[in-house]
Design a protein around this ligand. Sequence first.
Ligand code: FAD
Length: 342
Amino acid sequence: MSHTERGRRVTLVDAPAERPPASWAGGGILAPLFAWRYPAAMNRLTVDGPGRYRALVSSLTGYAGLREDDLCDSGLWVEAAGEECRRALDWARDWGQRCEPRALAAAWPEAADRDGVWFPEVGNIRNPRLLKALRARLADQGVRTVRDRAVALDPMGRGATVVLAGGERLSAPSVLVSAGAWSSSLLSPLGVSVPLFPAKGEMLLYRLAPGRVPTIVLTENGYLIPRADGAVLAGSTLKEGDDSTHPTEEGRRKLEAMAASILPALADQAPEHHWAGVRPGCGRDWPYLGEVPGTRGVFAAVGHHRNGLVSAPASAEFLVQLMNGETPFLDPADYSLVASPS
Ligand SMILES: Cc1cc2nc3c(=O)[nH]c(=O)nc-3n(C[C@H](O)[C@H](O)[C@H](O)COP(=O)(O)OP(=O)(O)OC[C@H]3O[C@@H](n4cnc5c(N)ncnc54)[C@H](O)[C@@H]3O)c2cc1C
């Protein structure tokens, strides 16, 4: 149940789109890349991502044209041989995930052959469509959206006043900071230290016949993501410390070479789109979710880095439980923020 469904009045402050949010720019794979390399605190937010998205998409279908097949049941094939393959299978058993060893050519004769594992229940979400549908649903539920930039938070006895660049001041008993790669400027003045950094990523989009790429293919060098309508995303580059959102020639060449190494026919095809976004990079492999130390009622959800789409529904549920004083389904200590040493 969301915040509004609990009867709360919600205002969303979202800076005008000077640059695309990571949630628009991302690929939408509903699993971390090589999930077994992550700690339990990340896995707890992601393992049931596909199921949570199934429920979300079905509740949003029809809003802003969102379709059931915008959640694409593609499966996920991951390159893994020898010890890496064993680790993947052990991890899948421990976390209750369906997974089987499978050579890529067995699933897709057109591709270069490689050893790997296949997760049949992991798919991908067409995230730009989902964002539009979420906005439409929020408007329907009476959520007010303010298109302005928050420049400061002024904590009160309970909650805070949010100061906007345009001069408006909004006070609420409960405030959540979730400003992606730009969150530090709001949190640092509150005396909380979160190791966040921008991490630029570029993507390409190819147009192929639907089904030509039968599953998500993840290698050490990058991935292909098939959407239901035949669009195939090739991603992604990773440049820590870079918060620019212009796509580069270098990024394009790298992604084109990676895409052709998986599907040789792509060497003869130009991508239709090329874009970049900035991930909210984090100094640890799972996000910070919780109340800001020294405040009452100011919360943060930051540092989702490469996994903010798959984990969004679980992170949101956890935060809503914390913000409403309910017993959360995860241990808050695993995700809590720490005050800066004074
Ligand atoms: C190329 C690429 C590929 C990716 N692929 C995947 C994937 O396959 N699977 C996956 O799970 N994750 C993926 N990710 C990561 C995922 O996209 C991010 O972790 C997630 O979107 C972060 O969400 P966020 O809400 O924290 O930040 P954002 O989506 O960036 O949203 C931040 C919002 O805050 C607003 N804002 C910022 N500052 C202010 C302010 N001062 N006042 C008001 N508003 C403000 C911004 O305008 C923006 O709307 C990918 C990311 C990239 C870039």
